[in-house]
Design a protein around this ligand. Structure first.
Ligand SMILES: NC(=O)C1=CN([C@@H]2O[C@H](COP(=O)(O)OP(=O)(O)OC[C@H]3O[C@@H](n4cnc5c(N)ncnc54)[C@H](OP(=O)(O)O)[C@@H]3O)[C@@H](O)[C@H]2O)C=CC1
Ligand SMILES: O=C(O)C1=N[C@H](C(=O)O)C[C@H](O)C1
Length: 245
């Protein structure tokens, strides 16, 4: 049995993770911690799943790594600086591993993978991410990661900057620039989490769209991460590393 703790246990995703861990034959839910609860109860866990908030996730990660607990992190808001800090903590605590994934949905991972594969064939790529209005971070972690993968694929293919004649714009009208890829964010009541990757070339457009229809869709990926994190050395970024794509 894998002893699992959950941080953000009363949140939208945390509730689903607790249910899934509880239902898994090979896992035991030993601690369910939310804001205001005592983090020390996580000492009983081998693996801790974090779905909290970008403002608190770094403190949570530090606690887990320093206490020999492997974190599986869904919380977003990671940039290169934060990832470097996590690597430093892991280096100082050999034997502890961490998995950070901007999206645990299998279809979302495939959407990012397909976008990465397609990117080299098109002049232009832009990303539109659409989320519920309670989301703290923009662009979404998924959109950031997609943009980075697309940018890397374009660089590898020797593609230069995308065509764009804009010389006058209202701030934000062309979205955020993530590694040279424009990312547009929508926050709308009624949505959960959605993304379109628009790829354009001469006379053809390819649109890759992903829709999250409920938050239990994240849990198979989370459970996979919990089962595998103890054998993945150091820091692993992205669920795609656990899938045979
Ligand atoms: N990687 C993935 O597949 C996915 C990632 N996410 C990301 O996960 C994060 C959480 O999303 P979501 O569940 O919608 O958010 P919620 O706000 O619904 O849940 C977060 C929970 O964490 C609690 N919390 C805040 N601070 C702490 C703390 N220090 N220790 C323990 N618990 C704390 C919050 O309490 P309170 O409300 O009282 O502050 C809340 O109950 C976001 O960053 C989101 O982008 C979401 C979906 C999928
Ligand atoms: O906040 C959310 O809801 C989600 N966050 C993740 C992200 O930022 O990409 C994953 C998914 O989009 C849902």
């Amino acid at each position: 049995m894998i002893r699992v703790g959950v941080l953000g246990a009363r949140g939208r995703v945390g509730v689903e993770v607790c249910k899934a861990v509880h239902a898994a034959d090979d896992m035991e839910l030993v601690a369910a911690v939310d804001a205001g609860d005592d983090i020390e109860s996580l000492s009983a866990a081998e693996v801790v799943v974090d779905f909290t908030h970008p403002d608190v996730v770094m403190d949570n990660l530090k606690w887990c790594i320093e206490h020999g607990v492997h974190p599986v992190v869904g919380t977003t808001g990671f940039d290169a600086g934060r990832l470097g800090t996590v690597r430093g903590w892991l280096d100082a605590n050999p034997g502890v591993n961490a998995l950070i994934a901007p999206n645990f949905g299998i279809a979302a991972v495939l959407m990012m993978h397909f976008a990465q594969q397609a990117a080299r064939y098109f002049d232009s790529v832009e990303i539109v991410e659409l989320h519920h209005p309670n989301k703290a971070d923009a662009p979404s972690g998924t959109a950031r990661r997609t943009a980075e993968l697309v940018a890397a694929a374009r660089r590898e293919a020797g593609l230069g900057a995308m065509p764009d004649a804009t010389t006058a714009e209202l701030p934000g009208a062309r979205g955020a620039d993530v590694d040279g890829v424009r990312v547009h964010g929508v926050r709308l009541a009624g949505l959960i989490a959605h993304q379109e990757v628009l790829l354009g070339g001469d006379g053809e457009i390819l649109t890759i769209r992903h829709d999250t229809m409920n938050r239990s869709s994240f849990t198979p990926g989370v459970l996979l991460g919990v089962r595998r994190v103890r054998e993945l050395p150091g820091l692993t970024i992205g669920l795609e590393n656990l899938l045979d794509l």
